[in-house]
Ligand binder design. Structure first.
Ligand code: AMP
Ligand code: MN
Ligand code: MN
Ligand code: MN
Length: 276
């Protein structure tokens, strides 16, 4: 049987719409045979997902997506095949969660100044024990009738330079990679083209990432074009990195961004799953 790997996905432990169990069942329904759950700065969904995957008979890879500060940028580092109990990682995640919660309160204050009160207490309830992300704020703004879509919420309020944007100092790139490595995992730079970095800066980031022990880069992501894949693969080849693939699925409803719906990995790429 050929495996279908999807190594980037979200549950309602962060900004996904589905519970870990629902996510696993949907992945199975889409033909995924090996799934990584990679919620933002949390491992809270992993235990439930692992159980569901065992019952569904698909392979489960414990993962996380850490927000990392690099110079003035926020990069996302996916950790794959991690031990969620490893103390360095557990402590690191606790710091990230504190940063996230403080930021959510600040975003809420900024929205209140724009005449949109109470976002934080409402979203704290919505997220439960999970992490509040800007996607929660986007959905909140849609629900309040302030904007028509998530995209409009980012464009008018949440993106860099907009009124409710809060610059955030996340853990550094080397720290995030170190936590993942300490936890026995493989660090992968997520969606390298989404940061809109110049060639000079992406190379700078990848040199720092490798020096810190990073081993992989996402080459095939949901909705990536042939050109995107080629360019990401060139980054992988230049920096001698393993290639990962993952949909970055958050919610049903977008047929172009679905679990397991991924283009083929370029020939010549070293698949990251060789490492686990
Ligand atoms: P955060 O990590 O809290 O800054 O939230 C980032 C999350 O917001 C990402 O993981 C995406 O799920 C979502 N996001 C970011 N930009 C957009 C956008 N332009 N449209 C829709 N969702 C977005
Ligand atoms: Mn997200
Ligand atoms: Mn991301
Ligand atoms: Mn993601």
């Amino acid at each position: 049987m050929t495996e279908l790997y999807d190594l980037h996905s979200h549950s309602n432990a962060s900004d996904g719409a589905l519970s870990p169990t629902e996510l696993v069942l949907r992945a199975q329904g889409q033909g995924v045979t090996a799934l990584a759950l990679t919620d933002h700065d949390t491992t809270a969904g992993l235990q439930e997902a692992r159980l569901a995957a065992e019952q569904a008979g698909i392979r489960f890879i414990a993962g996380i997506e850490l927000s990392a500060s690099f110079e003035n940028h926020c990069l996302h580092i996916v950790g794959l095949n991690i031990d969620p109990q490893q103390p360095d990682l557990v402590q690191g995640i606790a710091k990230q969660q504190y940063t996230r919660d403080q930021r959510a309160q600040k975003i809420s204050e900024k929205l209140a100044k724009k005449g949109i009160p109470d976002a934080y207490p409402i979203l704290r309830q919505v997220a439960g024990n999970g992490e509040i992300t800007r996607l929660h704020f986007a959905d909140f703004l849609v629900a309040q009738g302030r904007v028509a879509s998530q995209q409009e919420a980012f464009d008018r309020y949440l993106s860099k330079g907009k009124p409710a944007y809060v610059p955030t100092l996340w853990a550094s790139l080397p720290e995030c990679v170190a936590w993942i490595t300490a936890a026995g995992g493989v660090a992968v730079l997520a969606h390298p083209l989404r940061y809109k970095l110049s060639t000079k800066w992406i190379n700078k980031a990848l040199v720092a990432f490798k020096a810190a022990g990073g081993q992989g880069i996402e080459v095939v992501t949901g909705r990536a074009s042939v050109d995107d894949i080629r360019l990401s693969y060139l980054h992988a080849a230049k920096h001698d990195l393993y290639a990962s693939q993952g949909s970055d699925f958050h919610a049903p409803g977008n047929p172009y961004l679905e679990l397991g719906r991924l283009a083929a990995m370029p020939t010549g790429a070293m698949p990251v799953w060789q490492l686990f």
